[in-house]
Design a protein around this ligand. Structure first.
Ligand code: 0RA
Length: 636
């Protein structure tokens, strides 16, 4: 071809790729880590599109030792026939024409990943080298480039029965400030793509250090959601899944509820994570809210609390994956779906499919209602408590409740608060403590009647109000850690059923309204001894468990000491102040258990069972626990 024979289009094509090398950031955002990996996503997206179109079943990504990366798929192969307009192969065209991308023929694909989509020609322009092999119509074709310029014409290099595309490229170090592909980053996105495209097998091989992973999920986003809620307390046994077509769109939805006060709604549009949300998310939430509210109104036993949309969201974990031909994105990072159809599709499919689902799975609906009602109750209770704290401080200044026997130190780091059950144990604790740094707050036995108490009632309780005032931080949204009046908050209860009840209640209260305190490691359980063991020689030893007791007795016997007398402590009130100090309160000798968020979550689960509407689990819970208590109480 002579110079004159170049058509105007050809010249434009060449200028196009030069422009990419001159201003790479205009096409891929930046020339560091993100831009560098953007090249890979551009190529992977093309193979994913071929999978979405129903052709590719396997995608393999290989990180080579020389810094190049290879993306192999078993799709139809990029077309190689001559393009009528340009007189070059379609393959060469997509590799050299700007914006042509893999979507030069828009009718070929209904749907394609829209965030990257600058086209594989941009990858070619910014690569030190790029090599493509296409298997198609019985032949293997090959073409090669350096820095966007063709160095090998398209030629047949072999024969095959397979089809597919194989692209190898190395980002050009002249262009990028970053060097090297990041295995973890790539693996996590490929895994996400495998979740989003049910049944698609994606293999990642790292030849630099012999790592290999295969991602394939026959349950798609259902498996994804299972993974997200793996360590949570679940409201439903499984996850709810449905999908449907509406207009030009198709949506897959999967959701479940957990007891934790968290919400996670992940949206995807054409496999792009819509971090800023958008119309598809609002469509889902509106539909879910409508269905749940309607179901609540229809309950035979009238539910009095009014439900707000935030109550529907509490504990909700959802994944919404929408496929839409021409999505429009908005927002700062262009990851918010703006298209109005997005909402129509998800709203209507959710309404239709979820109503069908709940008709069959009434139990799931009832469990969700219970979760939503609890969220509403907690919201109202927290609001009341906030008003109360405000009012209290307005009326009483900084006065502390009379029931609190405070410590005298002003050093918050040394100060400790003992929460003690009952007046008698409270009395012993007051006598036993070191008043310089130990404060004591007795809680009345009355509030242990958790069975009938929702957290709403608990928050109205005088004792709990006193507790909030003593701690000083406020609760819920107004929580302020810097106002904490004690460095350790120690729950000290008897080793009996009532003790277990009050511990459950207090921990549930902390979990729901003061979880930051637990996360900061400020909440502890005192571990009083279970036994006092005395010998005829006057030795006195305390045992904190049955095993320890047995060991001590054995040791005494071996030492020839007899009349070993064992006293089982049933309550803190049985100890004299001296003993209580020695065994349970003295920082040098006591045992404390730091409460973890898991312990507290466990307590709240127990609380939920204890106060729940369902009689059966409550009954069996109380029976089981009463039984274990009885065994413990058997004296030796
Ligand atoms: C356009 C048309 C056809 C295939 C592709 C693009 C295609 C592109 C890529 C990029 C990576 N892997 C790919 N696989 C396929 C097929 C047209 C036909 O065969 O009818």
């Amino acid at each position: 071809m002579t110079k004159e024979e170049y058509s105007a289009e050809h010249i434009k094509v060449l200028e196009g790729l030069d422009a990419v090398r001159k201003r790479p950031a205009m096409y891929i955002g930046d020339t560091s880590f993100r831009g560098y990996h953007h090249l890979l996503w551009e190529v992977v997206d093309n193979s994913i599109d071929e999978a979405l179109a129903g052709y590719a079943k396997n995608i393999k990504v290989v990180l080579h030792k020389d810094g190049s990366v290879e993306v192999i798929d078993d799709g139809r192969g990029i077309p190689v026939e001559e393009h009528p307009q340009y007189n070059i192969s379609a393959l060469e065209l997509v590799l050299t024409k700007l914006h042509a991308g893999g979507k030069f023929d828009t009718k070929t694909y209904k749907i394609s990943g829209g965030l990257h989509g600058v086209g594989i020609s941009v990858v070619n322009a910014l690569s030190e080298f790029l090599d493509v092999k296409v298997k198609r119509e019985g032949k293997i074709y090959h073409i090669a480039f350096r820095k966007g310029k063709k160095v090998k014409d398209l030629e047949v290099i072999g024969e095959t029965d397979d089809t597919g595309t194989d692209v190898v490229f190395k980002p050009d170090p002249e262009i990028f400030s970053h060097e090297g592909f990041d295995y973890k980053y790539i693996a996590s996105r490929l895994k996400e793509l495998a979740y989003l495209n049910k049944g698609l097998r994606i293999e990642l091989v790292d030849e630099r250090n012999n790592k290999r992973e295969v991602f394939i999920f026959d349950k798609g986003i259902e498996s994804f959601l299972e993974e997200l809620v793996k360590f949570k307390n679940r409201v439903l046994d499984g996850v709810i899944y449905f999908k449907g077509n509406y207009g030009n769109g198709e949506v897959e939805v999967c959701f479940t509820y957990v007891w934790e006060d968290q919400t996670s709604i992940r949206g995807y549009v054409n496999n792009i994570h819509t971090i800023e949300g958008g119309t598809h998310i609002s469509g889902f939430l509106q539909s879910l809210t409508r269905i749940v509210k309607k179901a609540i109104e229809k309950q035979p036993k009238k539910i009095k609390v009014s439900i707000e949309s935030e109550d529907i969201k509490e504990g909700l974990f959802a994944i919404i994956s929408l496929k839409l031909p021409q999505p429009e994105f908005e927002g700062q990072t262009k990851t918010k779906l703006g298209s109005k159809e997005g909402k129509d599709i998800v709203y209507n499919i959710t309404l239709r499919e979820l109503e069908k689902y709940f008709d069959i799975n009434v139990d799931s609906l009832n469990k969700i209602i219970a979760r939503v009602v609890r969220a509403a109750e907690a919201r109202i209770a927290a609001k009341r408590a906030r008003e109360l704290v405000k009012r209290k401080s307005a009326l009483e200044g900084f006065d502390l409740p009379g029931k609190l026997s405070d410590c005298s130190t002003k050093d918050k780091h040394r100060a400790e608060l003992f929460i003690v059950e009952g007046e008698s144990a409270g009395g012993s604790a007051k006598l036993a403590r070191d008043r310089e740094f130990q404060a004591v707050l007795p809680l009345k036995g009355k509030i242990i009647n958790v069975e009938k108490n929702t957290m709403l009632k608990v928050l109205k309780n005088e004792e709990i109000k006193t507790l909030i005032a003593s701690i000083g931080t406020g609760i819920g949204e107004n929580f302020d850690l810097s106002k904490l009046r004690y460095n350790k908050i120690i729950v000290m209860t008897d080793a009996d059923v009532d003790g277990a009840h009050i511990r459950t209640l207090v921990l549930t209260f902390f979990y729901r309204y003061l979880s930051q305190l637990i996360e900061e490691g400020k909440v502890y359980l005192a571990l009083p001894p279970l036994y006092k063991i005395r010998t005829n020689k006057g030795d006195v030893v305390y045992a904190y468990s049955d095993e320890e007791k047995e060991e001590i007795i054995k040791k005494f016997k071996e030492e020839g000491k007899s009349i070993v007398e064992v006293q089982r402590y049933k309550g803190l009130g049985e100890m004299d102040p001296e003993q209580l100090w020695e065994t349970t309160m003295d920082p040098a000798r006591r045992k404390l258990k730091q409460v973890s968020i898991e312990d507290a979550a466990e307590a709240e689960k127990t609380f939920t069972i204890l106060m729940g509407e369902k009689v059966e689990p409550r009954k069996s819970f109380i029976l089981e626990n009463a039984l274990s208590m009885k065994l413990e109480e058997l004296d030796v």
